[in-house]
Design a binder for this molecule. Structure first.
Ligand code: PRT
Ligand code: ZN
Length: 219
């Protein structure tokens, strides 16, 4: 059901790298939330805003459908979902939030010498981001054989499942621990505040503006 009352509903990650910074953003916007352990839905008592805590992968879907008015998610997940299923014009990025910075990169075993992008032709690459990788492969006229894994992608070359991986990198420590070298950045990511392009009431549009003012930093 679309969120048609005059409270704004914000989807944030329930557990993981985006959760704390998302809650801090709301707190710093002076929005009280008395979240109890395990509670997935919480209504603020000092601003007409409700928070829904979900898997980050579900945030673009909920916002595109108008179930949530706003969401906080990484552009990596947003882009993957948009390429996969969601009509991109149903979601607007309201602002870049400057946290959860990372990059989606291709990495290959350290002991393989790398020349240039063309040497990735015919590579078998494991990733959790098949659509972003497919787009990169097509743009660069490569024939990459993509295997989709939900997690533990770094192990794929070692077990012979793939020649390389395409995964998120922040410090590079995980690649190093798995004897992999980063060779190409495919996508640069950070957390963003997204908004549903569904029709909303004038009152609700006003509330979203008010929320953005509370966040500070201008519109
Ligand atoms: O359960 P749910 O689906 O909600 O969470 P999740 O497990 O899918 O996501 P989570 O919490 O791991 O990450 C949420 C978001 O944080 C990602 O979608 C990115 O937008 C962002 N982010 C920022 C990262 C990283 N940095 C990051 N380093 N997400 C994952 N990583 C992982 C990466 O996959 C690899 O395993 O960390 C490892 C690499 O880190 P370094 O520092 O060793 O390079
Ligand atoms: Zn996820």
């Amino acid at each position: 059901m679309k969120n048609s009352n005059n409270r704004i509903r914000v989807a944030i990650q329930r557990k993981g790298r985006l959760q704390q910074a998302s809650l801090d953003l709301l707190k710093n916007s002076r929005i009280n939330l008395a979240l109890r352990e395990g509670e997935l839905y919480c209504c603020s008592d000092n601003f007409p805003l409700d928070v829904l805590q979900v898997r980050d992968d579900d945030i673009p879907t909920l916002v595109a459908a108008g179930i949530c008015d706003l969401g906080i998610v990484g552009t990596n997940v947003l882009q993957e979902k948009c390429l996969q299923q969601i009509n991109i014009n149903k979601i607007t990025i309201l602002r870049y939030l400057g946290f959860a910075d990372c990059r989606l990169s291709i990495a290959i075993p350290e002991n393989i010498s790398y020349q240039n992008i063309a040497s990735l032709n015919q590579y078998r690459i494991a990733t959790s981001y098949p659509n972003i990788l497919r787009e990169f492969s097509d743009k660069n006229n490569l024939a990459i054989d993509i295997t989709t894994l939900a997690g533990s992608v770094e192990i794929a070359p070692r077990i012979g499942l793939a020649d390389g991986i395409c995964d998120l990198v922040a410090t590079g420590a995980t690649l190093k621990a798995n004897q992999l070298q980063e060779v190409v950045t495919v996508f640069q990511s950070e957390a963003v505040l997204i908004k549903s392009a569904s029709e909303i009431s004038a009152e609700k549009a006003e509330l979203i503006l008010d929320f953005q003012y509370r966040m500070g930093g201008g519109l």
